[in-house]
Design a protein around this ligand. Structure first.
Ligand code: MD3
Ligand code: FE
Length: 212
């Protein structure tokens, strides 16, 4: 096997283009479709000050709402979110092994699934609602996007722009775990319908909440 070339964008931030096979992407699309229907349906998250996120999100394991994790989706329908499946723990460990050469003790317990239509964006933010500094694993499926990876101090420069494509893996650990990041643009029509996703972009992030 020829190892896929991977690129360290910043210390602890490793991009592995084309990591998922088309078959793996198809399986993930199927799983996300199922989660999107319930027990807690996919929705646009409403922010505390009334804004509405342009991406649609469904959570597994723990429900994220700005800015906390709960088992029950009080802000949607009061149901408990779907369990975090064991096969996703395995996928998360494989991702860490690819990026860092080991996955010692990595046990993700939540996944946020974000769906982007052609107009959706995600502003620059840090992920800091987790009580753990364990790495975040990100998987992209469908249309390409422009991903902006910044610094830990400010929303602005310096940042690095990376184009993410279907099947790409990105792992954010170590000094990169609390960096600002965002998605300023999606490129409609660039995805392979063979993934099962006819349009738009799916991003799955696995995390360790540190909660129990
Ligand atoms: C860097 N999602 O769900 S994935 C998010 O494409 C989120 O849907 C974007 O930002 C998306 O919070 C970007 C890349 C990503 C995800 C989590 C990170 C980069 C990260 C956490 C820490 C540092
Ligand atoms: Fe994020």
């Amino acid at each position: 096997m020829i190892p896929l070339p991977s690129r360290e964008i910043a210390p602890g931030a490793v991009h592995v283009p084309g990591w998922l096979t088309l078959e793996e992407q198809r399986r993930l699309v199927r799983a996300c479709r199922e989660w999107a229907t319930g027990p807690v349906p996919i929705r646009h998250t409403v922010l505390p000050r009334g804004g509405v996120m342009s991406v649609r999100t469904v959570c597994v394991g723990w429900h994220w709402q700005p800015y906390k994790y709960t088992r029950v989706a009080e802000d949607v329908n009061g149901r408990r979110v779907a369990d975090f499946p064991e096969w996703m723990v395995g996928l998360g460990r494989r991702a860490l092994t690819t990026a860092y050469g080991e996955a010692a003790g990595y046990t993700p317990d939540t996944a946020l699934v974000n769906f982007y239509d052609g107009q959706a964006r995600m502003g620059m933010h840090q992920d800091k609602d987790e009580r753990s500094a364990a790495p975040v694993v990100s998987l992209s499926i469908g249309d390409d996007c422009l991903f902006r990876f910044g610094n830990t101090e400010t929303r602005g420069r310096p940042y690095t722009d990376v184009r993410l494509s279907s099947g790409d893996l990105f792992v954010f650990g170590g000094p990169s775990r609390f960096a600002y990041h965002g998605v300023p643009k999606v490129y409609p029509g660039t995805g392979d319908p063979g993934t099962g996703l006819a349009e738009g972009r799916l991003n799955i992030t696995m995390r360790v909440t540190g909660l129990r």
